[in-house]
Design a protein around this ligand. Structure first.
Ligand code: DGJ
Length: 717
């Protein structure tokens, strides 16, 4: 609905006060205000936080630094600071024009209501051939603000290309507060998502990937709080970038006390060539503000990902079996059939054959690129296995790593030029493999061809799409003017391929993977149904990894397997129930050697698989409340509640036993105060008021290390 007065326009979430040049975007929780100044050619930030009436917002002053000859005029508050003029902060836009010069001199042309709740501000260089549109969008009923930028070379045909050296999706200025704290995750292979909170430096703090993929070592999102926030209270701002290639998030804290975040694809030195008439659309950066702590921000992201990012948000993810930890590269028709039969008996719904089924893939030294069944391991091809898996009532999934090639492969021998490389430099092999250049359409066309054959010939329902090394020697693209654009263009080629494949096979489902959690971001999630969280399947380590993962990403995409004990990576022995409870907090899978599990283990596993099917809608589609974070006491606990608060699931883990007083009750969240909740296993009935006010008594845990419990509550009466 649009209403209009002479001076004020309302288009869904967008409100505009024309005389003052004030643009306001509003959700139920916050409003975001900016001011367009046509004379100065600036778009400056005014407010992001508690909702305000437009009439007040239109009268608010724009912040400015002290006006001396060393100060930046609008540093810290421009919506899209460029390199040029009296600006000394982190630019969102850095350009090299055809004459080699850099300064951009912006003007503002106006705004455009693209559609309801979506406004674009049009800017243009005053004399050079570059225009850009700042897009702001709120999804209907949503609580997130999406921003991205569309840049156009406005020169005539025949003019020279210009180079985008940094073209951010957005600069996110934050309000003035006395103190700030930055939350982010860092890590490495098998140690992803370690959450850290610390004050941002006065200066610039850059989180980045220079790897050509999102990376295990940092993730493209940050949260900033006014240093007083807690899990369920306090002001928190959070922003993420939907970029699957290299990326940079720079948190800038100026000496004058402004904090902001510039979110862009590409790391320093990555340049994108824009030919005359060419248009570059940045990835989306999405952000939220909440006055209700980190938990509320996480839930806002979870809801956004589920509603607006995932291809099939309403589907429940199946319980899968994956062969990797059981059979490694030694897969064969015989051993996969044995595992598939055991898996089907346990209630598994999807059977996935991991690495080793193709080419001459006896180990990681050869075969990548030759995507036909391994002649010795699958002499009859994959069809008999696929048919039997389907006959057992499970869907059939296959591991692939389409972006990679071993030098020892027929593909590399035929197309050595397809890899990301520089002709006069050595080609560094990591895991004995090289990266295929997916920014080139002949390479993605080849991948599309064999993937169609594989999926079509075997009725493949599910691909585990892996990616096991970072980029090296990635230089100027095909002799073009752009430096290292493959660091971002590869990911764009990958997205095009995945989109094309999914359009051809609408029933195909995809699990994103990059040596565990090396490519988890909102761009990849737009083409995936779930992601493999980490190669670390130790159920205790997983609690920390999953805690960091869940800051932004919902449980509905967090693939987690129950594997053998002791864990092959850590050597830790963990009881089966704890392993299950850890994995049941996300998308449950099994990954152990089921042929070696005892009858007792198999029957307990079948019981827990059935229990997961019962709680799955609550875990995957409910709201998550982190009751006790890992490492902050003896217990870790997470609650999931259905949106209608009818069903509640609580997991409690105690990794290490210690002597001491009993743990206080767990104060649950978001229940019906007046409702009565029945514990489905013990029959005990509590009111919502008691469960939230006093708390749920901590369930009795088995003695010893690695004890855990699952509580299922249902509203009655
Ligand atoms: C890395 C993945 O994370 C593992 O799960 C497995 O698929 C291996 N690659 C196979 O090479």
């Amino acid at each position: 609905m649009s209403a209009q007065t002479t001076a004020q326009l309302h288009h869904g979430a967008v409100e505009i006060d024309e005389p003052s040049g004030t643009v306001l975007l509003r959700t139920a929780t916050w409003c975001y205000v900016l001011r367009v100044d046509f004379d100065e050619g600036t778009v400056r930030h005014v407010h992001w936080g508690a909702p305000l009436p437009l009439a007040d917002a239109a009268r608010l002053p724009v912040w400015a630094e002290h006006d001396d000859s060393f100060a930046g005029r609008s540093d810290g508050v421009e919506e899209y600071p460029v390199e040029g003029g009296a600006r000394f902060g982190v630019p969102a836009l850095e350009v090299r024009f055809a004459d080699g010069s850099n300064p951009v001199e912006p003007g503002v042309e106006g705004w455009r209501i693209v559609r309801e709740s979506h406004v674009a501000i049009l800017q243009r260089d005053r004399s050079r051939p570059l225009a850009w549109e700042l897009h702001y969008r709120v999804q209907p009923g949503g609580d997130m603000l999406e921003r991205w930028t569309e840049l156009t070379h406005t020169g005539q045909a025949g003019a020279q290309a210009l180079l985008l050296r940094r073209s951010a999706a957005a600069h996110w200025p934050l309000p003035q507060r006395a103190d700030w704290r930055l939350s982010s995750v860092h890590g490495g292979w098998s140690a992803e998502n370690r959450l850290e909170r610390c004050p941002p430096a006065v200066g610039e703090t850059t989180l980045t990937s220079r790897r050509g993929h999102t990376g295990h070592h940092a993730a493209p999102w940050v949260m900033l709080d006014a240093a007083g926030a807690a899990e369920e209270s306090g002001e928190v701002w959070a922003m993420a970038l939907a970029a699957g290639g290299s990326w940079r998030l720079t948190v800038q804290r100026t000496a004058a006390g402004r904090v902001g975040v510039v979110a862009s694809e590409g790391h320093e030195g990555v340049e994108i060539a824009l030919p005359p008439g060419g248009r570059h659309i940045t990835p989306v950066s999405v952000a939220v503000y909440s006055p209700d702590g980190f938990g509320a921000v996480s839930r806002a992201f979870h809801t956004y990902v589920r509603r607006h990012v995932l291809p099939h948000p309403d589907e429940l993810r199946p319980i899968l079996y994956n062969s990797w930890e059981a059979t490694s590269f030694e897969v064969s028709e015989e051993n996969q059939l044995a595992l598939a039969r055991r898996a089907a008996d346990l209630g598994v719904e999807l059977f996935v054959v991991d690495d080793g089924w193709f080419g001459t893939r006896d180990d990681d030294r050869s075969g990548l690129g030759d995507w036909t069944p391994h002649p010795r391991r699958f002499p009859r091809g994959l069809r008999p296995l696929a048919d039997e898996v389907h006959r057992l009532g499970m869907a059939f999934g296959v591991w692939v790593e389409p972006e990679m090639v071993n030098a020892d492969s027929d593909l590399y021998r035929a197309h050595p030029d397809w890899v990301v490389h520089l002709p006069d430099r050595s080609a560094t092999e990591l895991r004995h493999q090289l990266v295929l250049d997916f920014s080139r359409s002949e390479v993605t066309d080849w991948a599309y061809g064999w993937l169609c054959d594989l999926i079509g010939d075997h009725d493949v329902d599910f691909l585990k799409w892996d990616f096991n090394r970072s980029f090296t020697e990635a230089g100027a693209h095909a002799g073009g003017p752009d430096a290292r654009s493959v660091y971002v263009e590869h990911a764009r080629g990958l997205y095009r391929l995945l989109d094309r494949l999914r359009a051809t096979f609408p029933r195909l489902r995809v699990e994103g993977c990059a040596g565990g959690g090396g490519r988890i971001d909102l761009g990849m999630l737009g083409r995936s149904d779930q992601v493999w969280t980490s190669d670390n399947t130790d159920a205790v380590d997983r609690l920390t990894i999953q805690h960091g993962f869940g800051q932004i990403h919902p449980a509905a995409v967090m693939s987690a397997w129950v594997t053998d004990s002791p864990n092959p990576l850590t050597g830790r022995a963990v009881p089966l129930a704890f392993r299950f409870h850890s994995a049941m907090a996300g998308v449950l899978g099994l990954g152990g050697d089921l042929t070696k599990w005892s009858a007792r283990e198999l029957s307990e596993a079948a019981r827990l698989v059935a229990q997961y099917k019962d709680i799955r809608p609550v875990v995957q589609h409910g709201l998550q409340y982190r009751l006790l974070a890992p490492g902050q006491g003896s217990l870790t606990a997470v609650q999931y509640a259905s949106a209608d608060a009818d069903r509640v699931v609580v997991f409690v883990w105690r990794p290490t036993a210690s002597f001491g007083p009993g743990h206080p009750p767990l104060r649950l969240r978001a229940l019906d105060v007046r409702g009565r909740y029945r514990d489905e296993d013990t029959g005990a009935v509590w009111t919502g008021q008691t469960l939230m006010g006093y708390g749920l008594p901590v369930p009795r845990l088995p003695a010893g290390d690695c004890a855990s419990a699952l509580v299922r509550l249902r509203r009655v009466g």
